[in-house]
Design a protein around this ligand. Structure first.
Ligand SMILES: Nc1ncnc2c1ncn2[C@@H]1O[C@H](COP(=O)(O)OP(=O)(O)O)[C@@H](O)[C@H]1O
Ligand SMILES: CC(=O)OP(=O)(O)O
Ligand SMILES: [Mg+2]
Length: 423
């Protein structure tokens, strides 16, 4: 396959050998990255920097120099004070493998940007104006957009002429109808302050709903899917014929499901009560609901593996973990029920992300008894199989299929980036 690289200034295609896309996913304390060859989707390098800003940051890099040598894994423990330092170290790792940011094969850098507001319903080629708009959206995603911006600025400083593309978590949800995205709050106030439901994890919901249609051997335009993205952050989406019609996250990634450290849905009056009765500041309440709630707030652990281990060990500690698990599952089932009604007809329920892909007990509890209501059922053996393949885990007779689909946000971001710069 011949690939056309982008012209650095205009972002338009020109002939040449450039066919790699570097994807950067900058989180609040981490950077994940992948270097993908768009000719065949193969990973040339991948890695993760964790605990940025703490005393013991760690960089794990895997790459093989792009010449098909056996992949090599390198691990560095070094304190990275901020994202800029972390990204410079990532650039150095890539350069050591002969795949640095100056490589002529690099066609573009794709960035995950969490909040795109109402403006960005498609990927955007980054320029000063796009940067300013992402900056303007910081108050709507204070945990995510600043890290995304640092990632973009550092990459621009290292390779100013290379096209860089922002791919937004919110974009896929732009098709929600107004009755789904509008909160029942005074319209003038809501509009003035851009208060509405935006939805997140859209890159994952788009990728997984398409893959699920593929598993069913049907066109995405004719299937209705409920996607359950259960990672540290978690959200559900109702996708009708490839278009999102409803999702569980709202103005920010705090609404909806019970997550690792976020509460998901609560009565908004809890906030006033904490301010009036407990004397907490808005900053303290924000921190409570985003970082000290969810599974962590309920039982002290946000990792589902640890929660399962505690439940199996039993005792009072296991009881606390069991209650956290039950609350998590109860919320998830409420959303499955609601989205089945919103969609009218469901063809499949798809589980994805860290918990959804790896935890058969969560899947079993989420779907238990649904053959009696919406017609979804699990095949016990298929559900228990440990595999990294996308696969159906329901019996043939089930009216509603159940799927496990490993999400690949990086590949989706790379594809959208490459599409834009070679268009
Ligand atoms: N084998 C497993 N069994 C159950 N849960 C798992 C397993 N592996 C990972 N997880 C869960 O997945 C979470 C991370 O999911 P991930 O999608 O990588 O999250 P994020 O991208 O939000 O960091 C972990 O916190 C843990 O709860
Ligand atoms: C938007 C969001 O919640 O992202 P993450 O799951 O990566 O925290
Ligand atoms: Mg994730």
């Amino acid at each position: 396959m011949t690939v056309n690289g982008p012209d650095a200034k205009s972002g338009r295609a020109r002939s040449g050998g450039a066919g790699w896309v570097l994807v950067l996913n900058s989180g609040s304390s981490s950077v994940k990255y992948q270097l993908i060859d768009m000719a065949d989707g193969s990973r040339q390098a991948a890695g993760l920097v964790e605990r940025i800003g703490e005393r013991t940051s760690r960089l794990v890099h895997t790459g093989h120099g792009g010449d098909g040598r056996r992949p090599q894994r390198r691990e560095t423990e070094e304190p990275f004070p901020d994202h800029t330092a972390a990204l410079k170290a990532v650039a150095a790792e890539l350069a050591a493998d002969g795949m640095g940011l100056d490589s002529p094969r690099l066609a573009a850098i794709g960035h995950r940007v969490v909040h795109g507001g109402t403006r960005f319903t498609d990927p955007a080629l980054i320029d000063d104006e796009v940067l300013a708009e992402i900056e303007r959206l910081v108050p709507l995603a204070p945990l995510h957009n600043p890290a995304n911006l640092t990632g973009i600025r550092t990459a621009l400083a290292l390779r100013p002429a290379l096209p860089q593309v922002a791919v937004f978590d919110t974009a896929f949800h732009a098709t929600m109808p107004e009755h789904a995205w509008r909160y029942a709050v005074d319209t003038a106030t809501a509009d003035r302050h851009r208060i509405r439901r935006y939805g997140f994890h859209g890159t994952s919901h788009a990728f997984v709903s398409r893959r699920t249609a593929g598993l069913l051997g049907r066109d995405i335009g004719e299937v209705n899917v409920i996607v359950l993205h259960l990672g540290n952050g978690a959200s559900a989406a109702a996708v009708a014929g490839g278009r999102c019609v409803e999702t569980s996250m709202g103005l920010t990634p705090l609404e909806g499901l019970v997550m690792g450290t976020r509460s998901g849905d609560i009565d908004p009056a809890v906030v006033f009560h904490l301010a009036r009765v407990a004397g907490m500041t808005t900053g303290e309440i924000d921190e409570l609901l985003n970082k000290r709630s969810g599974l962590a707030g309920l039982c002290g652990d946000n990792d589902m593996r640890e929660i399962r281990r505690r439940i199996e060990a039993g005792g009072p500690d296991g009881e606390r973990a069991r209650l956290a698990f039950d609350i998590y599952i109860h919320r998830l089932r409420k959303y499955i029920g609601a989205y089945a009604v919103v969609l009218g007809r469901v063809d499949a329920i798809a589980f994805t992300a860290g918990v959804g892909e790896n935890d058969p007990q969560v899947r079993r509890a989420a779907v238990a008894g649904l053959d009696q209501t919406i017609g979804a059922a699990l095949d016990t053996e298929r559900n228990a199989e440990s595999s990294t393949r996308a696969r159906l885990i329901s019996p043939e007779y089930a009216r509603v299929a159940v799927a496990v689909v490993p999400t690949d946000e990086e590949l989706e971001i790379a594809a959208q980036t490459y599409e834009l710069v070679t268009r």
